[in-house]
Design a protein around this ligand. Structure first.
Ligand code: ZN
Length: 154
């Protein structure tokens, strides 16, 4: 069995470790994972091309379907127990529950989605995923002088 061309590596001199929890926390507060001061988004869920404060390229993220997935899991685990508890204790009319819980679910999802997406962008940045690794081969701006990918024979 052969090793894949590129594998995850620990920090090196050329690729210092990035603080994972701090980067995810900065992203969850809608800030740049690199500096924590610049805004992460240019619109509601549109990640900026680069940080307006430090210039870190942010367009490399590939959050894709993960933010909605984690948002559904989070909001569902909060709303469903609340619905069941209110039904058991007060048994309000079904029209009232359907209206109120739909609104609560919608607002919670809209509030959580940018925070969760920001945390995932922070995670990708901290782990040098996708294009966040300046020394990865295949980068358009890579000058070829960076670290060889792990697993390659030099
Ligand atoms: Zn920044």
């Amino acid at each position: 069995m052969t090793q894949p061309e590129t594998t995850w590596r620990r920090s090196t001199a050329e690729r210092p470790g990035r603080p994972l929890v701090l980067a995810m926390r900065r992203g969850a507060t809608l800030k740049c994972p690199a500096c924590g001061t610049g805004g992460l988004y240019r619109a509601y869920l549109k990640v900026s091309e680069a940080c307006p404060a430090c210039g870190e390229a942010l367009h490399h993220h590939r959050a894709d379907d993960a933010p909605p997935y984690f948002t559904i899991v989070l909001v569902g685990h909060i709303v469903v127990p609340l619905v069941l508890t209110v039904e058991k204790l007060y048994a309000p009319p079904i029209w009232l529950q359907a209206t109120a819980w739909s609104l609560v679910t919608l607002l919670m999802a809209l509030a959580a989605l940018p925070m969760i997406k920001g945390a995932l962008v922070g995670l990708q940045w901290a782990l040098y995923m996708h294009g966040f690794d300046p020394h990865a081969s295949g980068r358009e701006d890579w000058d070829g002088t960076g670290v060889q990918p792990t697993g390659s024979k030099t």
